[in-house]
Design a protein around this ligand. Structure first.
Ligand code: ADP
Length: 445
């Protein structure tokens, strides 16, 4: 199925076939043992075990070949993998025919196991290729039946399980071959039709997704333009009010001073919101990151220093618990700096006076874990994920801090995810909450 293959990668389909074959090998080995030793069916046991052995070697070879393909510098072309999948299914048809030949031929009801190969082919190959596989299966099975009928090859009866000499019964043979062929062909027809419908639906979904992404981009570009314009006007208003408030243009009476101070405060809040909106919109629109190698340690010290004024105003201690090791990252430094500062500012804002904020970095195998823990008000149950949505603010936060933007954490989430990391929040067992995020380590230079 092209869309399935697109999603999981054609190479995974090839692996899937190998896995299925391991299961089939197990069933063949155990089935032979059970039929012969438990049910007492006459079987050319050693031949069937040889077949099992051949299958094990064949599957092992295939597994290593696929592994080798994935190790190649360039992704193997989808044509090459399709050819390999076709080869695997065809080879399986030959092997199944040989197994059937050694276990009763047309008298063995397991001959209908061919239908599984047809379903697999319909999922993994094109419609034409699926019908080619069906034709091959019908041809191989019929050849075996005809050759046994004319006694050109030996017939191995399943005494103790199925009636024998049926392989010489012309009516039985023609009836079975008819049912066998029509089952395979109808099976392929049904499976390929369903797969085609699914493929079409997935393509439609993909199209709709693309359209949504396009619209989202247009919306972001629009927001960026408007916000940028508003910011220009707001900056002018802010400096005008500042001029009036500072009485450079003439003295103000008490009432005028109070009014201009209020207007100024509102303008600053509005400006903060506009700046946050601009940052997140730019991040939304950004394609690739402008990556560089940098030390996380420096950024952390910078961020801790940046929040010291706010922290000391509330008598909150902000501490960094780290080792002397150097934590190297490859990414866009400004984004990571902004992320840490946003989370630190939040920790200070949502922690009552006299509290504690601790920043720690842990060196995990392939990534760094950065954690910011506070002794604040915590996150209401059920809001732990929602707070990362744009504009979402918890009820308790709105009571304490009226003027938040609800954009700081969604910025942090996007920035971390663009670096291939994860971010999450959880409440501490005692007081407050911990915000954690991971960043992949830079490969050694
Ligand atoms: P803002 O803080 O401006 O509201 P954010 O996006 O930074 O916007 O945060 C979103 C919400 O996450 C906050 O409104 C608050 O409900 C919650 N939050 C963030 N940090 C903390 C924290 N340290 N403790 C408790 N809640 C927090």
């Amino acid at each position: 199925m092209e869309s399935l293959l697109k999603r999981t990668g054609r190479i995974h389909s090839a692996y899937w076939l190998v896995k299925l074959r391991w299961a089939a090998i197990l069933v063949l080995g155990m089935g032979t043992f059970f039929a012969k030793r438990v049910m007492g069916v006459t079987l050319p046991e050693s031949r069937l075990y040889i077949m099992t052995g051949i299958l094990i070697i064949y599957n092992f070879f295939l597994f290593n070949y696929i592994k080798h393909l994935t190790r190649e510098k360039q992704e193997p072309s989808s044509k090459r993998i399709s050819r390999m999948i076709m080869f695997q299914i065809s080879a399986d048809l030959f092997i199944l025919t040989a197994i059937l030949h050694f276990s009763g031929g047309i008298e063995n009801p397991f001959c209908f196991f061919f239908i599984f190969h047809m379903i697999i082919a319909s999922i993994l190959c094109t419609k034409l290729h699926s019908y080619i596989q069906a034709a091959l299966a019908i041809f191989l099975f019929s050849m075996m039946v005809v050759l046994e009928f004319f006694r050109i090859i030996n017939h191995y009866p399943l005494e103790g399980f199925a009636a024998h000499n049926l392989y010489l019964d012309f009516t039985f043979i023609s009836g079975t071959l008819f049912v066998f062929s029509s089952t395979l062909l109808i099976g392929v027809y049904m499976a390929t039709s369903i797969v085609e419908q699914l493929r079409q639906q997935e393509e439609e979904l993909e199209q709709a997704n693309k359209l949504l992404e396009e619209k989202d981009k247009i919306k972001n570009q629009y927001v960026l333009r408007v916000t940028h314009d508003i910011k220009g006007h707001l900056a002018t208003i802010e400096s005008c009010i500042d001029l009036v408030y500072s009485e450079i243009l003439g003295p103000l009476n008490e009432k005028q001073k109070d009014m201009t101070a209020r207007a100024y405060r509102r303008t600053v809040k509005c400006m903060n919101f506009i700046n946050a909106l601009l940052k997140i919109t730019r991040l939304n629109l950004a394609g690739k990151l402008e990556k560089e190698r940098f030390q996380l340690n420096k950024i952390i010290s910078g961020a801790v220093a940046a929040v010291q004024t706010q922290a000391s105003e509330k008598n909150i201690s902000v501490k960094y618990e780290g080792t002397d090791s150097v934590y190297e990252i490859i990414g866009e430094q400004v984004l990571i700096e902004e992320t840490i500062t946003n989370i630190l500012f939040n920790a200070i804002r949502y922690t009552p006076a006299g509290g504690k904020v601790i920043l720690a970095v842990k060196d995990n195998v392939s990534e760094y874990l950065i954690q910011i823990r506070d002794t604040g008000m915590g996150i209401p149950k059920g809001d732990e994920e929602k707070i990362f949505d744009e504009f979402y603010r918890s009820a308790n936060a709105r009571k304490v801090e009226r003027d938040g933007t609800g954009l700081g954490l969604s910025f942090a989430k996007q920035a971390v995810e663009k670096h291939g990391g994860k971010i999450w929040a959880e409440n501490n067992s005692d007081k407050g909450s911990t915000f954690s995020f991971t960043l992949p380590k830079a490969a050694k230079a």
